[in-house]
Design a protein around this ligand. Structure first.
Ligand SMILES: [Fe+2]
Length: 263
């Protein structure tokens, strides 16, 4: 009898093994900025190249209040309208919206500039557009996160529990505790404003559908997180750019017309 049970166990194990063969681990950085953000310094191409070198399969383009980088990447053929990867690499559309109560990530949809709108309204607009609403750095008191009293009222799909650029590590811990309390899926991301910082932290999704649709289906489930803080140098560079705003935000019109001239 014991032998039969162990034989059954082996059979079940074999089925699990075969089942897992259909799934791939997608390493995705869910929060990154290009120079279309104003406080970012890298081109979308530099972000893709750096992400590939670090072994990522995908990242979400989440510039502040603009989807210009998405227009740019579609025009360059580095993203596809149907949400499938280009040369085995996937850039997922998104945006980091400055709501009246703090920053909110839209993952998987293109939206107009919603800066200054209430977080609840923005959540609904994200969902109507087919995206996911994920608050970044909610407990970081030095950054514009949505605080717990407002979070409690929002229909969010997951929460960023590890932000590689967090001012203090305990702010990430508080986000983790909140996710546990509310039973929310967790994400980890770099919040890179320079290509060197991309992939410092990322989320690992198990999926058999390597596309924007497959990624969006998997994020609200429990996933693995890779958690590493950005270097002191990168953090200083980010703070410097944020405070001084030395770089003017790139306009997609200028960027596309200048690249037309180069070609
Ligand atoms: Fe950000």
């Amino acid at each position: 009898m014991a032998r039969e049970i162990s034989g059954l166990g082996n059979l079940v194990g074999a089925f699990h093994f075969l089942d897992n063969l259909h799934f791939m681990s997608v390493k995705i950085d869910l929060h990154c900025h290009s120079f279309f953000s104003g406080d970012g310094v890298s081109s979308p191409e530099q972000l893709i190249e750096a992400a590939r070198k670090k072994g990522l399969n995908a990242f979400v383009m989440t510039d502040h209040n603009t989807c210009d980088a998405i227009t740019y990447l579609l025009d360059k053929g580095l993203m596809r309208e149907d949400g499938l990867p280009v040369n085995d690499f996937l850039v997922v559309p998104g945006v980091e919206i400055t709501t009246t109560e703090g920053h909110l990530l839209c993952i998987g949809a293109v939206l107009p500039n919603l800066k200054g709108r209430p977080a609840l309204e923005v959540c609904h607009l994200i969902h109507e557009a087919g995206g996911l609403a994920i608050p970044p750095h909610p407990y970081d008191l030095f950054r514009a996160g949505i605080r717990e009293n407002v979070l409690n009222t929002l229909p969010i799909d997951a929460i960023e529990v590890f932000n590689a650029a967090s001012t203090l590590k305990r702010y990430n811990q508080s986000a983790f505790d909140y996710a546990i309390k509310r039973g929310l899926a967790m994400t980890a991301a770099s919040d890179a404003h320079h290509y060197a910082a991309i992939g410092r932290a990322y989320t690992i999704l198990k999926t058999d559908d390597f596309s924007v649709r497959g990624i969006l289906d998997q994020i609200p489930k429990q996933n693995d997180l890779n958690q590493e803080y950005i270097s002191v140098r990168d953090n200083l560079r980010k703070t410097w750019n944020n405070w001084l705003r030395l770089r003017k935000r790139k306009s997609v019109k200028d960027m596309l017309s200048s690249s037309d001239k180069e070609e």
